[in-house]
Design a protein around this ligand. Structure first.
Ligand code: NAD
Length: 366
C-alpha cells in the first residue's frame, strides 16, 4: 500500500508525525514517501504543488495530507498561495466526493455548544460534491448589468450548473456509504427555487431506484441547516452539492465540539483518496506542541476504510481513540475540568499505546 505523506505547513507537520506513528504500529505494510506541499513547497521550490509532489500523489493508493497555509503567504499571487495545492490535488486526482463524518464521542459531549441529549451518540456522514456547482460553473465575472433591477449598473455573476454524470456519481457514493451504515440518505437541495437543484433531486431519485434497500428523503437546504442544530441525530448520510456541502459540513463539524477531532476524505472514481483533518494549519498554535492530532489519526482510519479496504484496522484505530478519550487525556482544545491536559506528542503516544495493546491482545487471542 503506497501512501504519499504530505504534511504541509503550520501544525501539519506535528499532527502528521503522530498519524505516521500510528500507521507504523498497525500490522500492515505501508510504503510511505514524504513530500513538500503548500507554503513549505513554495519556500523550497517556488510552487505550492511541485511536479514531484503531484506525481508522488498520483502514484499513491492514498494521500495523507496535513494542512497548508500561513498568513505570511497572503500577499502572494493567488496561483502561488499554499491553498492552491489542495485545489491542484483535487483537480489532478479527480477527487469529486468529500466525506466528512461528524461523530460525537461520549466523553466529549460537554464540549459541544448543543445540549448533551441532542448530540450524545451522534454519528452522521456528510457527502459533498467537490468539482461542480456555482464554484466552478462558467461563465462568471463582472460586467455592466444588461437587465434586472438596475440595468446599466456594475454587477458580478456566477453560474450554478451540474451535469447528470456528476450528480449520478456522487449519489452512488452516498447510497453505497449508507449501505455500510443505517441505510438512510438525505439529499439536500433547493429544488423549490433553483432549476439546477430540481435536476439534482430528479437524478438522485433515479439513482435511488437502484438501491431499494436504502431509504431516501429530500430536504431543502434551509431546513437542513435548521435540523442540523435542532435534531441532528435524524440524519445518517447527507449528500449535497458543492456550495451547500461547504456550509453544512462546517456547521455539522461544530456540533461535535472541536475541529481538532474531525477527519475527512476526498475520493475519486477508483477510490483513490486524499485524507486530511477538516481544520487548517492553525498558525496561532504551530510549533507549540499543543495541536490535537486526533483528526489526522482518524483520517488514517478513513483511509483504511475507503481506499485500502482494511475496515478492521480502521475500527482498531477508532477504538484506540475512544480508549484514550475514556482514560481522560485531552489536548487543550478539548480540555475540560477533571481531565488531564496533554500535548500533541503525548496524545499520539497514547493512541499508539492503546493500539499496541489491542494488537497484542488480538495476537494472543488468536
Ligand atoms: P484553522 O482551522 O487553521 O484554525 C482555526 C482555529 O482552530 C484556530 O484557533 C486553531 O488554533 C484551531 N485549531 C485548528 N486545528 C486545531 C487542532 N488540530 N488542534 C487544536 N486547535 C486547532 O483555520 P484558520 O485559522 O482560518 O486558517 C489558518 C490557515 O489554514 C490559513 O492559511 C487557511 O487558508 C489555512 N487552511 C487550510 C486548510 C487545509 O489545508 N485543508 C483548511 C482550512 C484553512
Amino acid at each position: 500500500m503506497k501512501i504519499a505523506i504530505l504534511p504541509g505547513d503550520g501544525i501539519g507537520t506535528e499532527i502528521v508525525a503522530e498519524a505516521v506513528k500510528v500507521m507504523n504500529v498497525l500490522d500492515l505494510k505501508f510504503e510511505m514517501e514524504t513530500a513538500l506541499v503548500g507554503g513549505a513547497a513554495y519556500d523550497a521550490h517556488g510552487h505550492p504543488l511541485p511536479d514531484a509532489t503531484l506525481s508522488l500523489a498520483k502514484q499513491a493508493d492514498a494521500v495523507l495530507f496535513g494542512a497548508v497555509g500561513d498568513w505570511k503567504y497572503d500577499t502572494l499571487d493567488r496561483p502561488l498561495r499554499p491553498e492552491q495545492a489542495i485545489l491542484g490535488l483535487r483537480k489532478n486526482l479527480g477527487l469529486f466526493a468529500n466525506l466528512r463524518p461528524a461523530i460525537c464521542y461520549q466523553q466529549l459531549v460537554d464540549a459541544s455548544s448543543l445540549k448533551p441529549e441532542l448530540i450524545a451518540g451522534l454519528d452522521i456522514l456528510i457527502i459533498r460534491e467537490l468539482t461542480g456547482d456555482i464554484y466552478f460553473g462558467q461563465p462568471r465575472g463582472r460586467r455592466t448589468s444588461p437587465d434586472g433591477n438596475f440595468p446599466g449598473a456594475q454587477e458580478a455573476f456566477d453560474t450554478m450548473r451540474y451535469t447528470r454524470p456528476e450528480i449520478e456519481r456522487i449519489a452512488h457514493v452516498a447510497f453505497q456509504a449508507a449501505r455500510k451504515r443505517s441505510k438512510r440518505v438525505t439529499s439536500v437541495d433547493k429544488a423549490n427555487v433553483l432549476e439546477t437543484f430540481q435536476f439534482w433531486k430528479d437524478v438522485v431519485t433515479e439513482v435511488g431506484l437502484q438501491y431499494p434497500d436504502v431509504e431516501l428523503d429530500h430536504m431543502y437546504v434551509d431546513n437542513a441547516a435548521m435540523q442540523l442544530v435542532k435534531a441532528p441525530k435524524r440524519f445518517d448520510v447527507m449528500v449535497t452539492g458543492n456550495m451547500f456541502g461547504d456550509i453544512l459540513s462546517d456547521e455539522a463539524s461544530m456540533l461535535t465540539g472541536s475541529i481538532g477531532m474531525l477527519p475527512s476524505a476526498s475520493l475519486n472514481a477508483s477510490s483513490q483518496g486524499l485524507y486530511e483533518p477538516s481544520h487548517g494549519s492553525a498558525p496561532d498554535i504551530a510549533g507549540k506542541g499543543v495541536a490535537n492530532p486526533l483528526a489526522t489519526i482518524l483520517s488514517v482510519s478513513m483511509m483504511l476504510r475507503y481506499s485500502l479496504n482494511q475496515p478492521q484496522a480502521a475500527e482498531r484505530i477508532e477504538s484506540a481513540v475512544k480508549a484514550v478519550l475514556a482514560s481522560g487525556l485531552r489536548t487543550p482544545d478539548i480540555y475540560s475540568q477533571g481531565t488531564t491536559k496533554v500535548g500533541t506528542r503525548e496524545m499520539g503516544d497514547a493512541v499508539v499505546a492503546a493500539l499496541t495493546q489491542s494488537i497484542t491482545k488480538k495476537t494472543t487471542t488468536v
